[in-house]
Each structure stands twice: as C-alpha cells, then as structure tokens.
Design a binder for this molecule. Structure first.
Ligand code: PMP
Length: 413
C-alpha cells in the first residue's frame, strides 16, 4: 500500500511538472485535471475531490495544520490562470479584455476617492439602479457582488444546496465543483454531446437545480435564448442558473426571460466585456425571492463586498454604452480573423460566441503547443482533462496579439 502510494505520488508529481514545466504554480495547487487518469474513476473524484483522500493526506500531511476546520482538509481549491509578474508577455490565458475600460470609469473612480474615509453603501443602490435601468428590470431584481465568482458562491450557498443533485456540464467552468466541495452540495456532471454542445434534453433527469454557462466555457459554444426558455419551462420546480460571463460577445442573454420565470437566475460580470476584471464586479438578475436569498447570505457574510471605487467605476462602465459596443465589436472582429487563421493552420476550432476560442490540432498535443508558446512569451490556457486535453483555449486579444500567436503557431506546426 505504501509503495503504491509512493508510485501514485510520483505520478502526480510528474503530471504536475508536465502541467507547469517552469513551476510557477505551487505543486499543491493543482486542478483535478492535472492528476493521473487512474484517479478519475474514484468516488472522491466523482464527488469533486480531485484525487483520493488517502493520497492527498500522504502528500499534504506536512503542510496541514491541526488547527484546520475539518472541511478545509477536503477542499480542492480552484486554480486561476497564471498572472505573470514580468512585462512583455502576450496574455491570452484568462479571457481578460485586451482593451482598456472606458475613460469615464477611470474618471469616476478618481472622483470617488473623496469618499474613501466612509464605508460604502452596503446595498450598492446606485449600481443596482444603473444595472436595472440598463437591462429593463427593477433594482430589487438585481444582486451585486465582488466579481461574479462571489455572486456564484452566494448562489451555491443560498439556492443550490438541496437533497437532489445539482446538474452542470462535464466540461465547464472549473469553479462549480469547487463551490460544491466548499458547501457540501451534491452534483452530477452531464456530458456534452459529441460536438461539445449542451443538449438541454440531457438535463431531463432528477435534480434540484441546473447550472449552465451560456456561452459555455471553455468551449465558447452558445445556446439560443429559445433553448434556455425551453429548459426553464421544462423544469418549473427547479432553479435554472445561467452564467452569462461571456454573453456580450455574440450570444443571446436570457435576462428578458426573467420576468416570465420565477425559477431563472442570470449571473453576469463586468470582468470581460467591460474590461474590469481588476475591479471585481459581478451581478445577478432574477425575481425578488431569489435576490432576497442572495442578500440574506451576503448580509451574513460581508456587508460591504463592493468598495466605493468599484461601485463608482461599475456605474460609469454600464452607462458608457458606446465604449462597450465598440470594444465588444472589435473583439468579435478579432475572433473572426483568429478563427480563420487557426483553421488555415489545420486547427479544428469550435464555433465560439465568446471572447476566446477552443481549438485543437490533429497532429499536435495541446500540452506541447501550450508549453512551446509559453517558452516564446505567449500564455494560452490548457486543461489536462479527459476529452479536452488536446485543446487550447486562446483568449481573443488585440489584432497584434492575435497575429503574434498565429505567427508562433505557424512556426510550431
Ligand atoms: N463564470 C465563468 C464561466 C468564468 O469563466 C469566470 C471567469 N473566470 C467567472 C464566471 C468569474 O468571473 P469574475 O469573478 O471575474 O466575474
């Protein structure tokens, strides 16, 4: 048994090195997907724990503390894409906007510094009113949080913890199983179809709730609003949460459906289409009882998740619609050129309506391409996960950044 554990730990370590050859991430902070396939069939893995508890204990016993709450021992934290310290890197790995936010955002933040002495508005009323006016809903139908990750976290705790399992796609945003682990939520992963699309008919199974990103990440494939409407109508007694982090790059938002369905919650972010990932602002739109549940959790956790600079900047960002339209159109145009160029190099590119593309080459391993691009100063995202290990997720950058990645790939394949 001990020898087997040692073998296993060795395999894990080698997988870690393959995933991160220059070792910029600590080896104990790896995602589930970076561990050997053998672990994937285990009960721990299916429950959202990345690899068997006994192995984790063996590897981590040195860094664990006897002071930890029991749940902390079983957490498998999400590992975000790398944020390099050095300048000059072409960063196409975390789906940030390559263009700056509206100059009005910067002006609004500068003038809000007068109020730093005071606590911010705990309700963030100005922002909720601005979002409500923009999307044609009531302020009481809007919840705001410190990035949509926080909005999602509160959603998991407030609305998604029931006896029956929560459903979400098998290939999707890696934070979902992490929240399930944190809050002790049962979940089932529903496989994408052979074309990597979500089929809403596959969600006709016993569940407490359904969570879908639209467009999905990391595939970039979107569902039409009409399909979301059917899903919500087919599950009148289950909450349907749609994570629209990337919706502004060509997909259809389901916000207009909220008025007709008490079981629909939409989550959005200002991190992507409004170029404010660093400000940390996200929001949810849903009927009042859903928003009330989120408020209750938020007010039991942190009264002031949005600081006064974030509130001021976010209000200005939503109001500057011209800037928003221009940058998202530019990104969509860049995406078109990037897809064309990748296809020309022989890549299979999934049909993306997001600010990233998901592509694989028939004769090159995804991990190798990602590592070689990285050596040449271009970061893209690679997931060591079954079905998608040969794909690269490439954020749509500026015209120059897209040309750079294409020029490098041309030399590599
Ligand atoms: N949902 C999805 C699908 C994402 O990819 C991300 C970004 N990693 C988020 C939500 C969270 O974004 P943020 O917390 O920056 O709003």
């Amino acid at each position: 048994m001990v020898a087997k554990m040692a073998d296993y730990a060795g395999a894990c370590h080698r997988a870690a090195l393959r995933a991160d050859p220059v070792g910029s991430n600590p080896p104990f902070a790896l995602r589930a997907g970076t561990w050997p396939r053998a672990a994937h069939g285990s009960a721990d893995f299916r429950r959202g724990l990345a690899y068997p508890t006994v192995i984790r204990s063996a590897i981590w016993s040195k860094i664990m503390s006897r002071f930890w709450s029991p749940v902390v021992h079983s957490l498998s934290p999400y590992v975000p894409g790398e944020q390099p310290k050095q300048d000059g890197i072409v960063k196409l790995n975390t789906n940030e906007n390559p263009y700056p936010p509206s100059p009005r955002v910067l002006a609004a933040i500068a003038s809000a510094t007068d109020r730093l002495r005071l606590y911010p508005d705990p309700r963030a009323s100005a922002l909720r009113e601005t979002i409500a006016a923009h999307y044609g809903v009531e302020p009481e139908e809007v919840f705001v949080g410190n990035g949509s990750d926080e909005v999602l976290a509160h959603t998991f705790q407030a609305l998604l913890k029931h006896d029956a399992p929560l459903l979400f796609p098998d290939i999707t945003y890696g934070f979902y199983p992490v929240y399930c682990g944190l809050y002790g939520i049962r979940y089932e992963e529903v496989p994408l179809d052979a074309a990597m699309s979500v089929q809403i008919a596959d969600y006709r199974r016993p569940c407490s709730a359904i969570l879908l990103p639209n467009p999905n990440a990391p595939t970039g494939i979107g569902l039409p609003r009409e399909a979301i409407g059917r899903l919500v109508a087919e599950h009148p007694d289950q909450l349907v949460v749609i994570d629209e982090a990337y919706v502004d790059f060509g997909a259809e938002s389901a916000v207009p459906l909220v008025a007709h369905h008490d079981n629909l919650l939409i989550v959005q972010t200002l991190s992507k289409s409004r170029a404010l990932a660093g400000l940390r602002v996200g929001f949810a739109v849903g009927q009042r009882p859903l928003i009330e549940a989120l408020e209750r959790v938020k007010d039991s956790f942190n009264s002031y998740p949005l600081d006064c600079l974030a509130i001021a900047g976010a209000v200005a960002a939503i109001k500057d619609d011209a800037w928003f339209q221009e940058t998202r159109q530019r990104i969509m145009a860049n995406r078109q050129s990037l897809v064309r160029a990748l296809s020309g190099l022989g890549f299979e590119v999934l049909p993306s309506v997001a600010n990233f593309v998901f592509a694989r080459h028939p004769s090159h391993r995804g991990a190798d391409l990602a590592a070689r691009l990285r050596q040449r100063g271009v970061l893209v995202r690679h997931f060591q996960k079954p079905r998608i290990e040969d794909f690269l997720r490439i954020t749509v950058g500026t015209e120059e950044q897209c040309s750079r990645v294409i020029a490098l790939l041309r030399g590599l394949i």
